[in-house]
Design a protein around this ligand. Sequence first.
Ligand code: AP5
Ligand code: ZN
Length: 217
Amino acid sequence: MRIVLVGPPGAGKGTQAAYLAKNLAIPHISTGDLFRANISQGTPLGVEAKSYMDAGNLVPDSVTIGMAEDRMEQADAAEGFLLDGFPRNLGQAEALDEYLKNSGLKLDAVLDLEVPEEEVVKRIAGRRICRNDSSHVFHAEYNKPKAEGVCDVCGGELYQRDDDREATVRKRLEVYHTETEPIIDYYKDQDLVVTIPALGKVEEVTKRAMDALQRGE
Ligand code: AP5
Ligand code: ZN
């Protein structure tokens, strides 16, 4: 299956992607995680991406599209993937369509995680991620690690993301509304969008998403 996950910052895309990718046995491809891995390794791509991310802006398409396509290539797109955080504007959505068309492939579904804004703000404020791997995600209140400040998955140190400061979060939400929301209509026109109410426990949201995919909505 080839699936795109969309939703505002803090909606739970990364959290859900980890479970959905495991259940569906497909790779989880997160452009945010790829950028953060490049930043922690100090690569030129990481250096370029960091200034945009810290300001809450999108990293330019000229950098992002090539990186996402390389990762899909590496994962063997024909076997399926779960995209988290890509595409994030119309240019990226069109580039993805072109890439899939050239490979003779199609998307199966676009899952739109729906969460009220006041909830995403709370989710982001309490988020803690792992120094070793930013896909290991916890919450100080809602999704506590077994030992405070320590990653359950790998034992790494948990910390707060630089772009999770309040002013940056506000900017990320604004960018979501202006640049990312239009792709939902773009995919509605292709009859691919399934809206998943994403309030409630993590496992309840996963079940809603799995049920929707199994019904072939
Ligand atoms: P990215 O890393 O993609 O961030 P985002 O889209 O802002 O999404 P988040 O990671 O903030 O949230 P999430 O929805 O994954 O929520 P999570 O599961 O962590 O992008 C960061 C930056 O990179 C961008 O601003 C941009 O600069 C750049 N970038 C990335 N992709 C790009 C692209 N394609 N083009 C250009 N630039 C790009 O959950 C949040 C918290 O809530 C966690 O603490 C979690 O434990 C908790 N939680 C999750 N589910 C629940 C639940 N059901 N109940 C209670 N708490 C929950
Ligand atoms: Zn970890």
